[in-house]
Design a protein around this ligand. Structure first.
Ligand code: ARG
Length: 460
């Protein structure tokens, strides 16, 4: 069978394999609504510029309306032989409205068309992702608000370091996800410019009004160089980079949830509906959702590597390589959206176990820094205080007790300035309350941050 899409130039048919290899319709049909939106804006401008007449425009609009309905109803017949979403829709349009359909492609190429479609589609997805990032932040802020007073050991090197508020720990993730949201907005700015009018690569000889098309499509301006317009996929890479970071943040949170739910920690429980059992071990309840999310982060980072490598060897301008941008981009969007949605729900399903957290904070001399700070307040230079406390910790280890359990007489042995009030700073709560600096873990600071986030997120 002869290729249906091309000109008389072609004299031999494509094999079934080559057709399948070069076609993108079975994945890029996802761009259909963006494609139609772009085509209608282009057609409206062609008519305004008198490049097509009013009747042509009306025919195109009528045909596109029907095509939209067919696509939504699932009755649109996608044809592999027509290669991609663009040719499928154009062919159907011509079938429905005749010559007007054939005029639509005036002053346009699939190269500027596809670049426009992907931008339009991704812009919509970025807006949805922004909403999902807000939902997840809200869920984290609420669990933080409820647990500002709950103490868990803060770790460095996964060794007990200093006591921190569980709420404070949750708000650390809120900061990460709020930066992710900012990054998405930033990508959106650079993405929201119009390639149409670049045509195949050099611009076009028709008197197009590109600014008008940009306005119709809600874009902030037009791409200023035709070669760049058709070949730039930076926006897709930037988006995938921002998505990768968001997934990395999800993955770090996941790692903590998995650890915390393990029997060795026992800090939290995750609602059953986010876990699965084992087919062999009856006692098991596994945190599948965070584990999978941690795995899917790898998949999204892989897409970033794929996209960035896709671009590195391409000469200007458009090359068919770019058709390979879609599957990684689509999968990145799907994976990120599902993950954000499920995490916003799951965070609400976390049961916090304050006793287990406090018990763990008490095992590991988390208040040693507080004792050093106490000695500094009594006049010791910090380095000397540090050394003195190291001796005290060593003694506590050999007595197998916490610093706060050493008798005052023993403590006094390390430094004469130690008095009874030392026990206030050696308690977990004393340590926590003392860190009352902006951004610190004292519950009053945590609650102030909760307030700030609530106000900020309400405006989004
Ligand atoms: N399906 C193609 C893509 O995704 C559309 C552009 C094709 N242009 C071309 N000249 N072959 O990039």
């Amino acid at each position: 069978k002869k290729s249906e899409a091309w000109s008389a130039l072609f004299s031999e048919p494509m094999s079934e394999l080559v057709q399948r290899y070069t076609a993108s319709v079975f994945f890029d049909k996802r761009l259909a609504h963006a494609d139609i939106e772009g085509s209608l804006a282009h057609a409206g401008m062609l008519a305004a510029q008198k490049i097509i007449n009013a009747q042509d425009l009306a025919d195109i609009q009528r045909g596109m309306k029907q095509i939209r309905e067919e696509i939504d109803a699932g009755t649109f017949e996608w044809k592999l032989a027509l290669e991609d979403v663009h040719l499928n829709i154009e062919a159907r349009l011509t079938q429905l409205v005749g010559d007007a359909g054939k005029r639509l492609h005036t002053g346009r190429s699939r190269n500027d068309q596809v670049a426009t479609d992907v931008r339009l589609w991704l812009r919509g997805e970025i807006d949805l992702i922004g909403g999902l990032l807000t939902d997840l932040q809200k869920a984290l802020v609420e669990i933080a608000a409820k647990n500002a007073d709950v103490i868990l050991p803060g770790f460095t090197h996964l060794q007990v370091a200093q006591p921190v508020s569980f709420g404070h720990h949750m708000l650390a993730y809120v900061e990460m996800f709020s930066r992710d949201a900012e990054r998405m907005q930033d990508v959106r700015k650079r993405l929201n410019r119009l390639p149409l009018g670049a045509a195949a690569l050099a611009g076009t000889s028709y008197p197009l009004d590109r600014e008008m098309v940009a306005r119709t499509l809600g874009m902030d301006g037009v791409c200023q160089n035709s070669l760049d317009a058709v070949s730039d996929r930076d926006f897709a890479i930037e988006f995938t980079a921002a998505a990768s970071l968001a997934m990395v943040h999800i993955s770090r949170l996941s790692e903590e949830l998995v650890l915390w739910m393990s029997q060795s920690f026992g800090f939290i429980d995750i609602a059953d509906r986010f876990c699965t059992g084992s087919s062999i071990m009856p006692q098991k309840k596994n945190p599948d959702v965070p584990e999978l999310a941690r795995g899917k982060a790898g998949r999204v980072v892989g897409h970033l590597m794929g996209l960035i490598t896709l671009m590195k060897g391409q000469p200007l301008a458009y090359n068919k390589d770019n058709q390979e941008d879609k599957e990684p981009l689509f999968d990145t969007v799907d994976t990120l959206k599902d993950t954000l949605r499920i995490f916003a729900e799951m965070v609400g399903g976390i049961t916090v176990k304050p006793e287990a957290m406090e018990r763990a904070a008490l095992r590991g001399y988390a208040t040693a820094t507080d004792l050093a700070d106490y000695l500094v307040k009594k006049g010791l230079p910090f380095r000397d205080a540090h050394e003195t406390v190291a001796h005290a910790v060593k003694a506590a280890i050999s007595h197998q007790c916490d610093l706060s359990e050493l008798p005052l007489t023993v403590l006094k042995g390390f430094h004469a300035s130690i008095e009874k009030d030392v026990f206030d700073v050696l308690s977990l709560r004393g340590s926590l309350n003392a860190r009352n600096v902006l951004g610190g873990t004292a519950p009053t600071q945590v609650l102030a941050q909760v307030d700030r986030h609530r106000k900020r997120l309400e405006q989004q």
